[in-house]
Design a protein around this ligand. Structure first.
Ligand SMILES: Cc1cc2nc3c(=O)[nH]c(=O)nc-3n(C[C@H](O)[C@H](O)[C@H](O)COP(=O)(O)OP(=O)(O)OC[C@H]3O[C@@H](n4cnc5c(N)ncnc54)[C@H](O)[C@@H]3O)c2cc1C
Length: 547
């Protein structure tokens, strides 16, 4: 018997899991195929930083609380310490408040959280299973696929039994990671530089702060004459640490990797009891797939883009793909989306991956710089002190965008999308650290607390929403009639709250299911039906202008 599904998801890492969950919330059935025997089978030494936008997605999926309060001590300071070693002199410190002392920014109901993947991925899995719309096949690998005009046929291998079977899907989404078999199968180039080869070791160290003079900190950057050569970051704010050796291909060869000697250097001669749990070599790169969509096969997450972890944007960017794609697939499967929608997914999300990758690479270059000052960094005495002080000040300034990246998290915008109607207003600056809310088409719709205690962003997610924000706003009946005729889910919400009206700038704002503004104005276009045809991908802006 051949399995059939509207959406086949290849890969049950965080991006595949989140896509299955998002589709589930939209009432779209999917089959998720993962070659591992379960979610996060090994302790992952990877993502930990989930930004404010990701937390907004989690809020929509109903898991923000689990991602925020998962058992980490909430009074653990989030400082970064720059030092030559845990036994050496301090170079500088970027102080950051603990979870207990932090508050969300004015522009969001949520804030950045630290939640390691061995916690996050199972949270996604449980939420997805609870929704009941996903068939999850573990220990199963997609080995090949082919597509025709109406769908995709893929071959499944049951890794335990060795048996093969077939599956037919309307759409297939590759969430199979940076080495994506699907991307390679489609011959899509993965463009961009390799920055270095690094190795991460997962360490168990109890009460690390007992063994060094710097006090509790989330992260230590170890700096020598060669620049930042390693870092150690808390994974669970208890005893798990990720120790990463930056750079150098020889470190990829386990036979030549003398991890103990690197740990000795980092510990600065202090006898620190430490258990090595896992060692994972990886390639640091900034690559983007030349295209995200080929026919009915779509790329998302690391299959579509990679970035240096300096900034913690890889997984967050992938979750942006998920939310940008979930409603598009819903529209296609339910029949109210047109052919422009999948192209729009690529036109919108690919530039964001490039933007976030470039920002991460800039951070990485700040890490590994080695100016003249660095020659003195390990010297005792006043000359060494002066060099260290200077390096500390420079690092604090240069890494500010890495530790403060609200602009990256919330300020991405979709310019030149075929399904967003520009209103001619100028594009605001795109700053890694600064985010200014706007209802300009293509941007994330602003957050404002409403009188009933909800955020405006809680209004979005299921279908389109037209906000009517003034008594002077024109009738929107024509839009509602057109939506019904096109089968497009549209809710019209009348809101009379001055702060919301101020933030949304226009009397009418049309927000998409992914929370981005598709159109805004003080009057409806003459042809309301045409507006809906554009934003749902059935007509191009040019066609509409001609009509
Ligand atoms: C050291 C480090 C630190 C990082 N820190 C952060 C951070 O703080 N914040 C952040 O946002 N990002 C971070 N990242 C990046 C983040 O970990 C990745 O972006 C994220 O894991 C990508 O998820 P994914 O689901 O796309 O791919 P993956 O996690 O690689 O998952 C792909 C899945 O597909 C499965 N698969 C592959 N091929 C097949 C097949 N043919 N059939 C079935 N299954 C298949 C694999 O088994 C795997 O489970 C970090 C990365 C590193 C290396």
């Amino acid at each position: 018997m051949q399995l059939e599904t509207p959406v086949l998801i290849v890969g049950g890492g965080p991006i595949g899991l989140a896509l299955a969950l998002d589709l589930s919330c939209r009432g779209v059935h999917s089959v998720l195929v993962e070659q591992d025997p379960r979610t996060a089978p090994m302790l992952l030494a990877k993502a930990g930083t989930l930004n404010a936008r990701t937390l907004e997605f989690c809020r929509h999926w109903g898991i923000a609380d689990q991602v925020t309060h998962w058992g980490a001590p909430e009074d653990f300071p989030r400082d970064t310490v720059y030092c030559t070693s845990l036994g050496g002199p301090l170079i500088g410190r970027d102080a950051a408040p603990s979870q207990r002392d932090r508050r969300p920014p004015d522009s969001s109901p949520e804030m950045l959280q630290k939640c390691p993947q061995h916690i996050f991925d199972p949270v996604l899995t449980r939420a997805m299973v609870a929704r009941g719309n996903t068939e999850l096949l573990y220990s199963t690998r997609i080995t090949s696929f082919e597509q025709d005009d109406a769908g995709v046929n893929a071959k499944l291998l049951d890794i335990t039994s060795g048996e093969t079977s077939a599956i037919r899907a309307q759409y297939m989404v590759a969430c199979d990671g940076a080495a994506s078999m699907v991307r390679r199968g489609l011959d899509i180039p993965f463009e961009g530089p390799t920055l270095d080869y690094s190795v991460s070791a997962l360490l168990k160290i109890d009460d690390l702060e007992r063994f060094h003079p710097f006090g509790m900190a989330e992260r230590f950057l170890f700096i020598g004459r060669e620049g930042t050569w390693a870092n150690m970051t808390s994974v669970d704010f208890q005893s798990l640490w990720r120790f990463t050796l930056v750079g150098s291909e020889e470190r990829l060869d386990p036979a030549r990797l003398d991890l103990q000697s690197y740990l000795k250097r980092a510990f600065g001669g202090r006898a620190i009891p430490c258990e090595i749990l896992r060692v994972v070599p990886w390639r640091r790169s900034q690559c983007t797939a030349a295209s995200y969509v080929q026919g009915r096969v779509v790329l998302a997450g690391d299959a579509a883009h990679t970035t240096s972890p300096t900034g913690g944007h890889g997984l967050n960017t992938g979750l942006g793909d998920v939310v940008g794609l979930g409603w598009v697939l819903e529209a296609m499967v339910k029949g109210w989306g047109g052919p422009q929608l999948l192209q729009a997914y690529e036109a919108e999300r690919r530039p964001v991956a490039i933007r976030n990758g470039q920002s991460s690479t800039r951070n990485y270059k700040s890490w590994v710089r080695r100016d003249d000052d660095y020659q003195q960094v390990e010297e005792p005495g006043s000359e060494g002190d002066a060099a260290r002080a200077s390096i500390g000040t420079q690092l604090n300034a240069m890494l500010f965008p890495e530790w403060n990246s609200l602009g990256i998290a919330l300020g991405y915008r979709y310019e030149n999308s075929p399904v967003i109607v520009p209103d001619g207003s100028p594009e605001p600056p795109d700053d890694a650290s600064v985010y200014v809310q706007t209802s300009r088409p293509g941007h994330r719709a602003p957050h404002v607390w409403m009188a009933d205690g909800r955020s405006t962003i809680d209004l979005f997610g299921a279908g389109f929403v037209l906000l009517r924000l003034s008594d002077l706003a024109p009738s929107t009946v024509a839009l509602k009639v057109a939506a019904t005729a096109q089968g497009l889910p549209l809710q019209i919400i009348d809101l009379r709250e001055s702060e919301v009206a101020l933030a949304y700038e226009k009397m009418l704002v049309l927000v998409r299911p992914d929370g981005h503004v598709a159109w805004r104005g003080d009057v409806l276009p003459d042809d309301a039906a045409e507006l809906l045809r554009i934003v749902s991908g059935k007509a191009t802006i040019e066609e509409a202008a001609v009509a």
